[in-house]
Design a protein around this ligand. Sequence first.
Ligand SMILES: Cc1ncc(COP(=O)(O)O)c(C=O)c1O
Length: 418
Amino acid sequence: MSISYNNNFLHFDNINLKQFSEESLTPYYLYSESLITDNFNTYVDSLREFNHLICYSVKANSNLSILSILAKQGSGFDIVSGGELQKVIAAGGDTKKVVFSGVGKTEEEINYALENEILCFNIESNDELITINNLANKKGVTANVSFRVNPEINVDTHPYIATGMKDNKFGIDEKTVISLYDDASKLDSLKITGIDFHIGSQINSTSPFIDSIKKINNIVTVLADRNIHLEHIDIGGGLGISYESNANLLSIKNFINELSPLLSKTGLKVIVEPGRSIVGKSGILVSKVLNIKSTPDKIFVVIDAGMNDFIRPALYNADHNILPIVSYASQKFICDVVGPICETADFMGKDKELYVKTGDYVAIEDVGAYGFSLASNYNVRPRPDEYIINSDTKSIKKIREREDYNDMVKSELKFLKT
Ligand SMILES: Cc1ncc(COP(=O)(O)O)c(C=O)c1O
C-alpha cells in the first residue's frame, strides 16, 4: 500500500504527510513517481508479445516532469492539442511516438504536428481528412493517418466520459469509415497507417473492448479486400481504477491478457492510449481544514481545496476516499467535506465518516488523473503546488509552483485603463 497509517500518521510512499504539510502551502498535489513507472511498466510487460507502443494520454496529467518521467521510460503520447504537443516536446518526448486525437484540430495545430513529424493523426471526419491532406500537400509532406471508428458500444461509466456510443460526437460509424479509407487511399499527401477507437474512460470490464475489437477486425478484413493494408490498431485508453479501497477491479495485466487473443488475430502493431490507469492512483491532494460548520441537518468540514483545484466530484459525482492525516481512530462523525467556492457543487466528498478538527489536514486519494489537469482559477484562486516523490531518493521535489496573483491577472492587467 502506498498510502497507510504509521502510528496514526498518514504516510504516502513512506513520506510523513503531517510533517510535510506543516512545512507547505495547502492545498497541494503530491505524486509518487514509482507508482507511475510501475503502471507504465506493467503495460510494457503485458504487451511484450506484441509489436506495441504505449501512448500515454497527456490530458490525464500533463505536468512536464511527469511527461519527462514517462518519456524516459520510452512512452509515446496521445495528444489532443498543439499545447499538449508543445509540452511533450519540452519534456523530451519523441514526436515520432505521438498520436493526435480529438474531434476539432485547428489548422495551426495540424501544421505544427506535421512540422514535428508525429506518428499519426487519428482522423474524426471527412472534413478533417481533406484539411489534413491539403495542409500536408502545401508543405510537401506525407501525413500518416488512422480513422477513429465509433463502434457504437454501450459502456458502464459516467455518461460524460462515454465516447463510443451511437449519439457521441466521437469517431466515425463503421459504414462511413470504409468509404473514407477508400477516399484517403486516393489522396496524394496521406499514408494510411492504422485504425483506432476510444470508447470512454473509467471502464472496468473487457467486454466493450472485446466487442469493439471484433468490429474493428471486420473492418480490417473489408479494407484488406480493397487492398488497403494497415500497420497498427489503436485501442485507445479507458481502463478504470478502483476509487474505493476494497474494490477488486480489472488490473492492467488482466485487461491486456483478456484482449490479447483478439489483438493477435489482427497481426497488427498494437497501440494503447492509457491515461487514468497510469497516473490515477499515483496522486493525492492534501488540504487543510478551515472550519467545521454544523447546521441542524449536517456537519460540513470546510477545507481549503475547492472545485477549482479538483473538479471530479462536482463534474462526475466522483467519490474519492478522504483520509485525515492524523487519525483519531475511536472518534468519527458523518460529514460533507466541502471547499470554499461559492457553488453548492463545490464538494470533495459527501457523507464521509471521519474525524478532524480545524487546522488538521486531509488527503483526497487517487487524484493523479484528471485532477490538476482540470484545475482552474475559478473564484480567482491560484492553482496549487505540485510535488513528486522521487523513486530513487524517496525525497519530495516540487514540479509546479503555485500561481500568484500576478500569474492570474497578467493577461488582463495590460488592458486595464487607468
Ligand atoms: C482519445 C483518447 N485516448 C485516451 C484517453 C485516455 O483515457 P483514460 O484516461 O481513461 O485511459 C482519452 C480520454 O478521454 C481519450 O479521449
